[in-house]
Each structure stands twice: as structure tokens, then as C-alpha cells.
Design a protein around this ligand. Structure first.
Ligand code: ZN
Length: 119
């Protein structure tokens, strides 16, 4: 029963501090979400192993960790999507002479090589 008493005292405080720090880091740094999510899932699984009160203690960190993993994965996928959208293909080729016009301004009216009118 000594173990039970200890959990109700100092370990609760440590868990609370870890939770507050983790929430702060997670909001501030989106890339940390996955790592902290895994961390909380492991804490949840470890708490599940404690007899009697384990499942009650472990349920919250476990659910919190899983939610963070999903949130992190979604935001990482979203970030990747934005990156691909922000980098459009800039290769422009003159339809008449086939030369690369990428280094010229986008609003040129005629091809600098052959004078072909560009649409
Ligand atoms: Zn041309």
C-alpha cells in the first residue's frame, strides 16, 4: 500500500508539471507534438501496469498521447501539403522555339529568342 500512497502524493504533482510543460511545448512547437504524444502514450501504458488504480491513472495520459499523435500527424501532413502548393512548377518554355523562359519575368509579351508572341 506504500506505492499507492506515493502515487497520490509526489507523483501526482510530477505528472501535473509534466502535463503543463508538455501542453506549453505542444502549442509552441507543432513538430514536438508527435514526440510528446508518443511520450504520453508510453506513460499511459506504464501507469496501466500499476495494480488497482493503474487503468484510472493511465487512461488520461494514454488518450492525451494518442490525441497528440493524431494532431501532430495531421499538422505535419498539412505542412507538407502547403509546401508543395507554395512551390509551383516555374518552368516556362516558348511554344515556338522551345527555349527555356524561366529566367525572364512572367509578364514578358514576346519570346526574347525568337520574338514569338506569348499568351
Ligand atoms: Zn521563342
Amino acid at each position: 500500500m506504500d506505492r499507492l500512497m506515493a502515487i497520490q502524493g509526489v507523483e501526482w504533482l510530477i505528472l501535473l508539471i509534466i502535463t503543463i510543460v508538455a501542453i506549453y511545448l505542444v502549442v509552441k512547437f507543432p513538430t514536438l507534438r508527435l514526440g510528446i504524444g508518443v511520450f504520453f502514450t508510453i506513460i499511459g501504458i506504464l501507469l496501466f501496469l500499476i495494480p488497482l488504480i493503474g487503468p484510472i491513472l493511465g487512461a488520461l495520459p494514454f488518450a492525451f498521447g494518442l490525441a497528440l499523435i493524431v494532431w501532430g500527424a495531421v499538422s505535419l501532413a498539412h505542412r507538407k501539403e502547403n509546401k508543395t502548393l507554395q512551390q509551383p512548377v516555374l518552368t516556362r518554355i516558348c511554344p515556338k522555339c522551345g527555349r527555356n523562359l524561366s529566367n525572364f519575368p512572367g509578364d514578358i509579351k514576346n519570346c526574347p529568342y525568337c520574338g514569338n508572341q506569348l499568351i
